[in-house]
Design a binder for this molecule. Structure first.
Ligand code: PMP
Length: 392
């Protein structure tokens, strides 16, 4: 059981140990509860307690919203993991990296008052749907959603009439876990979303060193509910515009959150290459889930998964097996045109491919949830695959 847990449709009771028979497996959200057992083991070391009078001001004594000490610890984390070059870059905190999507688009857009046409914000399909949703919400004078890069990559672009491009490059990609490069060159700025560029989810070939990079605590530590993300930005003016965006919209990331993050990042750092390295744990859990799911799906002619090769990881200093955050499912049968629907009929909730602009033949399965959630998922997938035999 998991005392104090937040239960769902498949599990009830005070410690979520009561199974609801025949429930629908929910593999939709990227809620990173796979790390909960880790933090239960490190409950005391990661606890942050502070009293009512503490941290009441909008700002720190030097008038800043951002904790200098937290910045320092995050830079240490990047250096120790080797996943990004943080030195020589400005850091901007926000309420989750979700908020930074729009902050960075704003920061990279041309000045509308100077008469520049709006930038087109693009991504290569399949892409994380929030880029479209966030951008389309604020479409206007500065920028607008421009669809997938396929529309622009081969067309002859005319920068004076088309305006500039801002491309989201998610690496590893959500939903298919591929390491990615920008599709557009020339008149475009790229925002590299490295939410999953941590050893839990991918091998780390080299530290990322792009001009504009986006990170979140949600995936490496699992504290999605704290709502904390950061950007690493080379150019001072771009960083200032992103910081102004966060100041103007929420007066800076929550200071309570920053205090908790300090405890969490320090605990992560203390674990690295030790007995209970958080990344060794995370990689282990997801690799074994990916193996189990692959073993079941390999018996199926109805559904298939993306192929991922092992890769050399500079953090683990060896070739490591794949451990993607998501399985990207393709329905192979003619009649399963709507893959999300086909899996729903087998009592599995997934995230439909259309949201990633990939078409309805595809759907996404989250591998990030709790062990219990994954066990229910495996039962439903096994039932689905076993049912094929009976059909034959
Ligand atoms: N970018 C990507 C690629 C994501 O998958 C997610 C979360 N699913 C986010 C950003 C947003 O994460 P958060 O707002 O929790 O930092």
């Amino acid at each position: 059981g998991r005392p104090g847990c937040e239960c769902n449709a498949c599990f009830g009771g005070p410690d979520c140990s009561l199974r609801t028979p025949g429930c629908t497996a929910d593999a939709d959200s990227g809620n990173p509860l796979f790390l909960e057992p880790y933090w239960r083991r490190h409950a005391a070391a990661s606890a942050v307690v502070f009293s009512g009078w503490h941290r009441m001001s909008y700002v720190t004594t030097d008038g800043r919203f951002q904790s200098v000490e937290l910045e320092r610890q995050i830079r240490r984390l990047h250096r120790a993991v080797g996943n990004a070059v943080a030195d020589g870059k400005h850091m901007v905190f926000a309420a989750g990296s979700l908020q930074l999507i729009n902050a960075l688009v704003h920061a990279l857009s041309p000045d509308a008052d100077a008469g520049s046409p709006p930038a087109r914000v693009v991504a290569t399909a399949p892409y994380y749907g929030a880029y479209r949703v966030q951008t389309a919400m604020f479409d206007g004078r500065e920028y607008r959603w421009g669809g997938t890069t396929a529309r622009w990559a081969n067309a002859s672009r005319n920068s004076s009439t088309d305006g500039s491009f801002i491309e989201f490059v998610t690496s590893p990609n959500n939903p298919d876990a591929m390491l990615r490069e920008p599709a557009l060159r020339g008149s475009s700025a790229a925002i590299f979303d490295h939410a999953y560029y941590w050893p839990h989810f991918t091998h780390i070939p080299a530290p990322a060193d792009e001009d504009v990079m986006l990170f979140t605590i949600s995936k490496p530590s699992g504290h999605a509910g704290s709502r904390f993300g950061w950007a690493l930005i080379r150019d001072e003016k771009v960083a200032k515009r992103a910081l102004d965006y966060v100041s103007d919209s929420i007066m800076g990331a929550s200071r309570d959150t920053q205090l908790r993050m300090l405890g969490i990042v320090k605990a992560m750092l203390a674990s690295l290459h030790g007995e209970d390295d958080i990344f060794a744990f995370g990689h282990d859990v997801i690799r074994s889930r990916w193996r189990r799911l692959n073993a079941a799906v390999s018996r199926s002619r109805r559904i298939s998964l993306q192929k991922i090769a092992p890769g050399n990881c500079t953090y683990f200093k060896r070739i490591r097996e794949p451990s993607p955050a998501y399985a990207w499912v393709r329905c192979e049968r003619e009649e399963d045109e709507d893959c999300h629907d086909a899996l729903l009929k087998a009592n599995i909730i997934t995230r439909a491919g259309v949201g990633f602009e990939a078409g309805s033949r595809y759907t996404r399965i989250s591998l990030l949830k709790s062990d219990d959630d994954f066990d229910v998922l495996m039962e439903r997938v096994t039932d689905l695959v076993d049912a094929e035999k009976k059909d034959d």
